[in-house]
Design a binder for this molecule. Structure first.
Ligand code: ZN
Length: 258
């Protein structure tokens, strides 16, 4: 709509509607109301805020090879590059700016409960059959938030593998559950940061290789002890306060991943 036409339309509305309604109409730029989260402005490099953080959670799976997208609320080059990869993956204009077309795609991908379209809380919650997010070292809310972040990376991984189902054998584990399955005492499964995956359309090696550039800092697969029937992925690096240590850990010798 051209500016003059727009002005005329606003004036016409002002005449037609009561004052209170006009104030709302003119002040709200976002036409979309999403059940999970609605962005109110276009985001680009240099922006900071909670809305940038929300964006970073959604594009964290579009990291560079062996890299992560920091969820820090600062729209830097790393976030812009991730937005570009997201845009390319979904056939959008690739400009690294999160505007209406990027948000429209995210809205399309996210459910009202904030999980991405192809993953759900029940797939990631307590792996020993009890359900829920309690019994771990973190609060249930923090654990669940980590699981959401894990799921957005899984959504990106799934997209990269041709949009075919990825199956989660084990997600969050309470301490009791982790003991029951003989998990490592410092397992990322305890924090909601990990998922054990299988696929019927991709080989486990394809899953493991692709995960290297989908924001996962830890990958264990075929050839690593006890990982011949699934691929373990987790996000220990971005969740580690001290990023200098224990950052990336990959091992799937049968896939050529050392
Ligand atoms: Zn695992």
């Amino acid at each position: 709509m051209r500016l003059n036409t727009l002005k005329r339309a606003v004036v016409a509305l002002a005449l037609a509607l009561p004052g209170a309604a006009i104030a709302t109409l003119v002040a709200a730029p976002a036409a979309h109301a999403d059940g999970c989260y609605t962005w109110q402005r276009t985001l680009a490099q240099g922006r900071t805020g909670a809305d940038v953080r929300q964006l970073q959670i959604r594009v964290a799976g579009w990291a560079d090879y062996r890299d992560i997208v920091r969820i820090d609320g600062i729209y830097g080059p790393e976030t812009a590059a991730a937005v570009k990869r997201f845009q390319a993956a979904y056939g959008l204009r690739v400009d690294g700016i999160a505007g209406p077309q990027t948000f429209a795609k995210i809205y399309q991908l996210q459910d009202d409960d904030c999980t991405p379209k192809h993953f759900s809380y029940t797939e990631l919650d307590n792996g020993c059959g009890k359900g829920g997010w309690s019994g771990g070292p973190l609060s249930p809310n923090a654990t669940r938030e980590n699981a959401v972040r894990t799921m957005w990376k899984l959504e990106a991984l799934r997209r990269s593998l041709g949009d075919k189902p990825l199956y989660v054998n084990s997600g969050f584990r309470s301490i009791a559950c982790n003991n029951q399955v003989d998990g490592a005492s410092d397992s990322q499964h305890l924090y909601g940061n990990a998922a054990d995956l299988t696929s019927r359309s991709s080989s486990l090696c394809q899953v493991a290789r692709t995960a290297r550039s989908r924001g996962f800092s830890s990958i264990y697969g075929p050839g690593y002890p006890d990982h011949s029937d699934h691929v373990h992925v987790d996000s220990r690096r971005e969740n580690n306060a001290d990023r200098s240590s224990n950052t990336t850990s990959w091992s799937a010798p049968n896939c050529g991943i050392g």
